[in-house]
Design a protein around this ligand. Structure first.
Ligand code: VG1
Ligand code: CO
Length: 544
């Protein structure tokens, strides 16, 4: 192998967002775009000579090209070994596990998650550190700084590796081992859950649908649900990964999983329906006649985790991202365990998990996970739900209702305004921020009095770092809340996310329609921000 140093010039747009660098495929296809970014990552790390790097992606268009490029750059930079999933596939949680299990130096997760794929879709690259989790801001900031001045990268003239051949090959002096993407992960799941109990549930006729959305979770779901747990063939639908997600949008929400939702609401529908996203870290949970909001799901899983063997000793604490509802807080309070509110993005959970201060984490955006890996994990959430259903011998609906009757209900919705003009979106947020100091104490309507209003700043209790400007929170004395922030994963214009929440006590009304229950807050949010008038939109692009 000949190592060569190639001259390059910087790109000015390689700033990692909430979860890695996400761009249109056409942006990534520019000469040297991948090379610059990968080299900038390696330039920001120390001490990896001879060590192992994990590489895997969600199989979207450009995955294979980017992986071959990355392997050559890794070899030229002195990594000793690359572990890569067969076909270039590894779900994000599986990649996290492989990094931890094989004590790798770190890993590259190639995905744009729930964003559409294909030649006109999105691509993404994220670096994960040795704990298996997304690199903290200290590293992503260093990578961005490096991308702005990079003037060369190292690569080699080695041939492509055969990604479809399990076993060991070489790229120059570096060993490349192609691994089964599912095996290690399935072994891990077996240690956490009561597989026998779940198998008995399926054997008793419990009907489930799992929509893999033509994305990476297909092989995992086929192997675990149908293979190991004995769910009937056909339980998993859309289970073959496709580079364009079959021209779909692999976002497991009520818009893109509408058919499955309708089925679960029908008399002959399945007892349990679930889905995951492009890279397998998100989950959608629907019981017969009951959609479970992700914020509730986090609270319910935390409250019931001890029913699964992996968590039988109890959980040490819960963490949720700031916009996630406070349902989990009530569980933590009752259990007398730690509760943490972090900025949006899984990278902020890593320290708390490493320090053993929390066991379960979650985000309102359909992400739940635990200390078993350092990413959110779609199939894990599905298996924990199945474990809970199997041991409580109750329907999802019964479990949810009992939860509300114990802790009260946090009505919750998120309104997304996608592809808004970035200048307008930034102005809206800036002006709202300027208004915040005057809000506390103010009354709106009969019931709403502002208790606090701020732009969320997070102080990491483990490493002492501070992350400012993480989203605007307006909290009311009755536990209601309005949150607004700009997305850090979109690739076109700006996406404004408006999060609304109100609390209804344990003996309160738990059967209101969510949008109606939150109507006063929705109206007030518009009044305070001028959102509709400024954006010219009379309704959100997506409501979840
Ligand atoms: C969104 C979600 C956030 C999640 C992130 C990555 O970020 O809101 O909760 O962690 O996507 O998820 P943003 O900045 O667009 O709001 V995934 O499934 O893309 O890895
Ligand atoms: Co994802």
């Amino acid at each position: 192998m000949t190592i060569k140093t190639v001259q390059t010039t910087p790109f000015n747009d390689q700033k990692p967002g909430t979860s890695g660098l996400r761009k249109r495929v056409t942006v990534y296809q520019q000469p040297n775009y991948v090379e610059n970014y990968i080299q900038a990552i390696f330039d920001s790390l120390e001490g990896f000579a001879g060590k192992t790097l994990v590489i895997g992606g969600d199989g979207r268009f450009y995955n294979d090209v980017a992986i071959q490029t990355t392997i050559r750059i890794a070899a030229a930079n002195g990594f000793g070994k690359v572990l890569v999933g067969r076909g270039g596939l590894l779900s994000t949680p599986a990649a996290s596990h492989v990094i931890r299990h094989h004590q790798a130096f770190g890993g590259l997760v190639l995905s744009a998650s729930h964003n559409p794929g294909g030649p006109d879709g999105d691509f993404g690259i994220k670096y994960n550190i040795g704990n298996g989790g997304p690199a903290p801001e200290k590293i992503t900031d260093a990578v961005f700084a490096r991308t702005k001045v990079i003037d060369s990268y190292k690569t080699s003239d080695a041939a492509d590796v055969a990604l479809d051949k399990i076993g060991t090959q070489k790229s120059g002096d570096m060993v490349v081992e192609v691994i089964d993407p599912v095996a290690d992960y399935a072994d891990l799941m077996r240690t956490l859950f009561d597989f026998e109990g779940i198998s008995r549930l399926f054997a008793s006729g419990f009907k489930m649908k799992f929509d893999a959305m033509h994305a990476v979770t297909g092989p995992y779901a086929h192997a675990i649900l149908e293979g190991i747990l004995g769910a009937p063939i056909g339980t998993v639908i859309n289970g073959t990964p496709s580079p364009s997600f079959n021209n779909g949008h692999p976002d497991p929400n009520l818009v893109y999983c509408k058919d499955m939702y309708d089925e679960a609401m029908s008399p002959n529908g399945p007892d349990f329906a679930a889905a995951s996203d492009g890279d397998g870290d998100r989950n959608l949970i629907i019981g017969k006649n009951r959609f479970v909001t992700p914020s509730d799901s986090l609270a319910i899983l935390a409250a019931n985790a001890a029913l699964a063997p992996g968590y039988a000793a109890g959980i040490t604490g819960i963490a949720r991202s700031m916009p996630t509802s406070a349902a989990a807080d009530r569980v933590a309070e009752k259990m007398g365990i730690e509760m943490h509110e972090t900025p949006t993005g899984w990278k902020f959970f890593g320290n708390l998990l490493d320090a053993g201060r929390v066991t379960i984490c979650g985000e309102e955006s359909a992400g739940t996970g635990s200390n078993h890996v350092r990413e959110k994990d779609g199939l894990w959430a599905v298996l924990l739900w199945l474990n809970v259903v199997a041991s409580r011998k109750q329907s999802v609906d019964q479990i949810v209702r009992e939860h509300w009757a114990t802790y009260g209900r946090n009505y919750y919705t998120r309104h997304d305004y996608e592809e808004v003009d970035a200048t307008i979106a930034n102005q809206l947020v800036d002006e709202l921020r300027a208004k915040l100091p005057g809000l506390p104490g103010q009354n709106f309507g009969e019931d709403l009095q502002v208790a606090f209003a701020d732009d969320f700043t997070y102080h990491d209790p483990v490493d002492g770092s501070t992350s400012a400007k993480q989203g605007i929170r307006i909290g009311f004395t009755d536990g209601s809340r309005i949150v607004i922030r700009l997305s850090g994963t979109g690739t076109v214009g700006a996406t404004l996310r408006l999060y609304l929440e109100s609390y209804e006590a344990a003996d309160g009304r738990h059967d209101l329609e969510t949008q109606l229950a939150l109507e006063p807050l929705i109206r007030l949010a518009d009044e305070l921000t001028g959102l509709k008038q400024r954006t010219g939109r009379d309704q959100p692009t997506v409501i979840t």
